[in-house]
Design a binder for this molecule. Structure first.
Ligand code: ADP
Ligand code: ASP
Ligand code: MG
Length: 841
């Protein structure tokens, strides 16, 4: 942005003669409305000033917080027929009179003065109501009154405290004129007027109205909304102050608007250019024009917190610091995108010029410009309020081309915001734009237009306003200005879910500290109810919150809450074993929500649904991870994926995928009936409540389907040859009857065991996918030197035979069941997805 340079140049052309001889002990202070919102804050400001040992204090004040808005609304309201403006007037008057009483006592001269002021305001408003329209001059006068009142309150309080203080109404000395880039100061005349005033008012502390001034004809005017910062810089210049301190309600200029990005951090130092760009693109904490007088005089501007005065704040000088290429990010809301499109523009010089001329004639200022290198279209961003005017101006200006079809369309897209990344260090640092677009892409933000200032100090992108907060937070995290924040919803906090929540609670603070990753558990659900929370603080007792919740479970609402607009990323962790939940995955992934689960129903469910899930994930880039579906926390799927991704080919997979069945056959030695062993496993919690769920082999078959699909085979559960250990005669019984009659299978099992033993073999329940793609699960006899013969307890084992691992298969082995290790598998997926989203894990 060269605006600042131009403005600084013109300020340098007419060097301001300082009204007062240079004195390093002159310090200017500006207090914003938030620092003067009520009597107690005004008292705090007086105390803060008194505590500072400065020879001369130039004190510029805003109106009490909200007063300028209230005055403008009042003028507007008075102009409406039959309005309630008197009630509003009275409320404003009471607010000031109350503050005055609280500061200066019941019957002070200031009180009387204020009453008089409000009587005059009432007369003015009455005139407005009669005319039915507030004239420009009246409006200028009315909106500046808040500063007149607040300055009097502060000055009178200081006087009452025995301080020698003068009050200056800026309309008496500060002369400004309308200019292209806002108002421009008549330095010569202002300085002369101030010198005259100073001759009469030699006090060492001067309280001055911010925001207001006089125009060339002596009429009251203002410096534009938020203009008191500019006033602060102007008076700092006129008094030749050594520094300007701008006091507000935050610790300085933050890396982003703290209302949108609560994690924003205060910046220690900024250059004038950086501060200007941030302010120009929406950082409300400082008015962009403030930097103009400061830059031309090398005046340090320090943004500080009235409510935390010991904090050093942000120092704005000619130098930046090198804390990073991007200092801050801003959002400029309420904009619209204008697009002029047509082949006629290709290679025709001056088209852009015509666009901007037309807009300029219509008095529309352009916030951002972008032209594709194909020259097929020019787009620019303007204020929403100007959009219709701008569209008309362009249609008129290009009427002949539109009629001839050389320009195809002139379109307006409403509800646009511009996000700008700002930093002097961006110039010459490659990869900044890539990082920004990466962060936005991962947060599924569609970029409508892009512009990079020639100074390379700023990259701006236009996005839909509904994406704006998410975009800002994503970019903020993308530049490491704050942690990568992820909104998490957990479904089915049974044993695995509970273990996962415990692991999360333990590790979240460390991840935030060390990995810049901020995981927020914002939603929990079981089959009956759900608990939704805004912040997702780890201090919540999550399980308790869910059992106290009285909202019926609705997975659509659940997902909508998890994928909130203001957080860049959303993940649902489905720890249920429910097919109905798996039926939602494609929809969630299609909406950009990542899904992580130990639930086998999606991976091994109907092929059509599986393909829909994959397609949704491919379309949006949302990830579907399910490492814990096979071998719990063991890296089985990841290992297979790594093999395939690195170009290996799978020949066969073989393994023991069930901890329950592993334990049963590791323990079975014929000395005790098999049915007794099953009951023992049930008592130990190694089996499902109904052991047939394990003995049927379906669960093992599901895991095999998942692995086969991972390897690219389009198979389903029906394609697996499953040899169940549940005799057909017992399959349909109740659970109790089944357990009571399970002994009926004992003889058969013993016979198989003995026969294997005769051959020097042992029984194992094995899953197999052979090189022809044939899948089977069932009981087999393996040699006593086979790897499967030497498993411990509930260990799982998976052998991958591949082109590279042909002779000697790659083996993954270890505990493959239990809530803790399964939860750890889910967690590992969560960290992998977080890393892909840009976290340092
Ligand atoms: P004052 O009343 O002191 O003039 P303002 O309300 O005009 O204060 O400006 C301060 C506010 O600006 C902060 O409270 C904050 O909400 C907002 N703000 C927006 N962007 C930023 C930013 N980048 N850094 C600091 N504050 C910001
Ligand atoms: N009171 C004015 C406003 O609200 C100026 C300021 O506070 O900076 O815009
Ligand atoms: Mg302000």
């Amino acid at each position: 942005m060269d605006v600042l340079d131009t403005a600084a140049e013109s300020a340098r052309d007419t060097p301001a003669p300082a009204a007062v001889i240079a004195d390093a002990a002159v310090i200017a202070h500006k207090f914003g409305g938030s620092s003067l919102a009520d009597a107690s804050r005004i008292r705090r400001v007086a105390a803060l000033l008194q505590a500072r040992n400065e020879k001369t204090q130039v004190i510029v004040v805003s109106a009490m917080q909200g007063v300028t808005d209230a005055l403008l609304a009042l003028a507007d309201c008075a102009a409406q027929p039959k309005s309630d403006w008197r009630d509003r007037w009275s409320a404003l008057s009471v607010r000031h009179l109350d503050a005055c009483r609280e500061l200066l006592g019941e019957y002070s001269a200031s009180h009387e003065w204020l009453r008089q002021q409000f009587a005059e305001l009432e007369d003015l408003l009455h005139a407005v109501s009669v005319l039915g329209i507030p004239g420009r001059e009246v409006l200028e006068r009315i909106q500046g009154l808040g500063e007149v009142y607040s300055s009097r309150l502060l000055a009178d309080l200081m006087k009452q405290q025995g301080i020698d203080v003068a009050r200056l109404d800026a309309r008496d000395v500060l002369v400004v004129r309308e200019a292209d880039l806002g108002v421009s100061v008549d330095w010569e005349e202002s300085a002369a007027r101030l010198a005259d005033w100073r001759a009469q008012h030699p006090q060492s502390r001067i309280v001055i109205t911010g925001f207001i001034a006089r125009d060339g004809n002596g009429r009251p005017t203002t410096l534009g909304r938020n203009g008191s910062d500019f006033s602060g810089a102007i008076f700092a210049a006129l008094f030749d102050a050594a520094e300007l301190h701008i006091w507000t309600d935050v610790d300085g200029v933050l890396s982003a608007d703290p209302r949108v990005v609560p994690e924003a951090v205060p910046l220690a130092a900024l250059s004038y250019h950086e501060a200007f760009e941030l302010a120009y693109f929406g950082a409300k904490v400082i008015h962009p024009q403030t930097m103009t007088p400061a830059l031309s005089r090398n005046l340090p501007v320090i943004i500080r917190n009235t409510f935390n005065p010991d904090f050093p704040g942000t120092r704005i000088t000619a130098q930046s610091d090198s804390s990073g290429p991007v200092k801050g990010l801003t959002l400029c809301p309420d904009l619209a995108l204008l697009n002029v499109e047509g082949a006629a523009m290709i290679g025709v010089p001056g088209t852009a010029q015509r666009v901007f001329d037309a807009l300029r004639r219509a008095d529309v200022s352009v916030v951002m410009i972008s032209q594709g290198s194909s020259e097929q279209s020019i787009c620019c961003v303007v204020r929403a309020a100007d959009a219709a005017l701008a569209e008309r101006a362009l249609i008129e200006s290009f009427a002949p081309e539109l009629a001839r079809g050389q320009i195809q369309s002139i379109t307006v897209t409403p509800d646009i915001s511009v996000l700008a990344a700002v930093g002097d260090g961006m110039a010459g640092t490659p990869g900044i734009a890539a990082r920004l677009f990466n962060a936005l892409g991962r947060a599924r933000v569609n970029v409508r237009a892009i512009a990079q200032g020639a100074s390379e100090r700023n990259i701006s992108v236009a996005v839909a306003s509904r994406d704006a907060s998410r975009a800002l937070r994503a970019a903020h995290a993308g530049f490491w200005l704050s942690p990568q924040t992820i909104s998490i919803g957990v479904i089915g906090p049974g044993k695995v879910g509970a273990a996962l929540l415990e692991q999360l609670r333990e590790i979240i603070p460390r991840l935030r500290r060390e990995a810049n990753l901020d995981l927020r558990v914002r939603a929990l659900a079981n089959s009956r109810r759900m608990w939704l929370d805004e912040l997702g603080n780890q201090d919540n007792n999550w399980q308790q919150a869910l059992s106290d919740a009285n909202t019926d479970c609705n997975l659509d609402r659940f997902a909508a809450h998890v994928r909130t607009e203001h957080l860049p990323h959303a993940i649902i962790l489905d720890c249920s074993a429910s097919d109905a939940v798996a039926a939602h995955y494609a929809d969630w992934l299609g909406k950009g929500i990542h899904v992580i689960t130990p639930n086998k129903h999606a991976g091994a469910g109907p092929l059509e649904r599986y393909h829909a899930i994959r397609a949704a994930s491919a379309r949006t880039g949302a990830r579907f991870r399910y490492e814990a579906t096979v071998g719990a926390g063991l890296p089985v799927i990841q290992t297979l994926r790594d093999l395939l991704d690195t170009g290996d080919t799978l020949n066969a997979v073989e393994g023991i995928f069930s901890g329950t069945l592993a334990w049963l056959f590791n323990s079975y030695d014929g000395s005790k009936p098999f049915s007794e062993l099953v009951k023992q496993a049930l008592a130990l919690g190694y089996t499902e409540p109904d052991p047939r769920d394990d003995l049927s082999g379906t669960d093992v078959a599901r895991k095999l389907v998942i692995l086969a699909r991972e390897a690219g085979l389009a198979i389903s559960l029906d394609d697996v040859d499953v040899q169940s250990l549940v005799p057909a005669s017992l399959a349909a019984l109740s659970r109790e009857d089944f357990l009571a009659r399970l002994f009926e299978a004992d003889d058969d099992m013993l016979a198989r065991f003995e026969s294997a033993k005769k051959d020097g073999k042992v029984l194992r329940y094995v899953a197999r996918l052979d090189s022809a793609g044939k899948a089977s699960v069932g009981l087999v006899a393996v040699g006593s030197d086979h790897a499967f013969a030497h498993l411990r307890l509930t260990d799982n084992i998976v052998q991958f035979s591949t082109r590279r691992y042909a002779e000697n298969p790659l083996v993954v082995q270890g505990p493959g069941a239990g809530p803790d290790v399964t939860a750890a598998g889910v967690f590992a997926d969560l960290l992998r997805v977080s890393a892909a989203l840009g976290a340092h894990v």
